[in-house]
Design a protein around this ligand. Structure first.
Ligand code: NDP
Length: 282
């Protein structure tokens, strides 16, 4: 058996077209403020990607670049500025931040109504209790990929490898909300394969190059690879040993071209939703 590939570019492109079509019907232009602190090349490249994608769907994107020695207070003031800015519906502070700035404090300073990354505790709480919330973009994107392929989650055993606040924990919560039975694994989990081989849906989000191989996967499992790692030769790869695992799985996401394009797309989606909510309030 060779797995069906879930093409993230295709899912993302369809969704971006829908977003674009909806943006032009609105009486306001959705606005996204992206704050970049310092000159980390990876962060800069992510931010540029977000800016380009925003423009493509008709979202106004404002990039605020700040030096790495900016004080925490100055950054909080910048967040405050966008919290009350009438043309901005979404605020994203690119992580990681320099060590002298508390990421927690900055995230908690973003108005939950403009928290299009879905990292604010209010949105996390709303997600956990199944209420309307901005959902974190990568987990939300994974859900959309499953839906696109009509992969049912109800009653399925989902095993998540990784428990970070931005990927592992929320993706498990979203799958639980969709009636999956969820198991979390992490770096202290002994005998990882004894858990992962029970998965109907296996989500690999550990940031370890190609460490999930065919011995970790049940025949016919759906395998979602969130990892973005660099091999020694500089090539991008996921957490899953793709060539071997694809012979055992029923569905698989490639890296690149899998989960990655979905993350930005869900940011655009959340910004659009935020603009619509804003219009409902005025
Ligand atoms: P973190 O480093 O924050 O979390 C990694 C998690 O994996 C931790 O919970 C850790 O456990 C667990 N882990 C590490 N090693 C092992 C192991 N050997 N066995 C089992 N569990 C392990 O990473 P993120 O969640 O931020 O990201 C995960 C990956 O996804 C990275 O490669 C990242 O680049 C990628 N990513 C991709 C995105 C995309 O858009 N495609 C978006 C965001 C991230 P413990 O908690 O015990 O330390």
């Amino acid at each position: 058996m060779t797995a069906t590939i879930i093409n993230g570019k295709e899912v993302a492109s369809n969704l971006r077209n829908e977003i674009k079509d909806e943006v032009i019907t609105l009486s306001v232009t959705p606005g996204l403020a992206v704050i970049l602190v310092g000159d980390n090349p990876a962060s800069r490249s992510y931010v540029k990607g977000k800016e380009k994608a925003s423009i493509e769907v008709g979202i106004y994107s404002e990039l605020k670049e700040l030096p790495s020695d900016i004080s925490e207070k100055e950054l909080l003031d910048m967040v405050e500025h966008y919290n009350s800015h009438p043309d901005i519906h979404g605020i994203l502070v690119q992580l990681p931040l320099p060590e002298h700035i508390s990421e927690k404090k900055v995230i908690e300073h973003i108005s939950p109504e403009k928290d299009v990354d879905g990292f604010h505790p209010v949105n996390i709480g709303r997600m956990m209790t199944g209420k309307d919330a901005f959902l974190p973009c990568t987990p939300f994107g994974i859900l959309q990929m499953l839906k696109y392929k009509n992969i049912s989650t109800e009653g399925k055993h989902a095993v998540i490898v990784g428990r970070s606040n931005i990927v592992g924990k929320p993706v498990g919560q979203l799958l639980l909300n969709e009636n999956a039975t969820v198991t979390y694994c992490h770096s202290k989990t002994p005998d990882l394969a004894s858990f992962t081989t029970q998965a109907d849906i296996l989500i690999a989000a550990a940031g370890r190059a190609e460490f999930i191989d065919e011995t970790h996967v049940k025949k016919g499992a759906v395998v979602i690879d969130v990892g973005m790692n660099r091999k020694e030769n500089g090539k991008l790869c996921g957490d899953v040993a793709y060539d071997n695992v694809k012979e055992k799985a029923s569905y698989i996401t490639p890296v690149p071209g899998g989960v990655g394009p979905m993350t930005i797309t869900m940011l655009l989606y959340n910004t659009l939703q935020s603009a619509k909510k804003h219009l409902e309030r005025v």
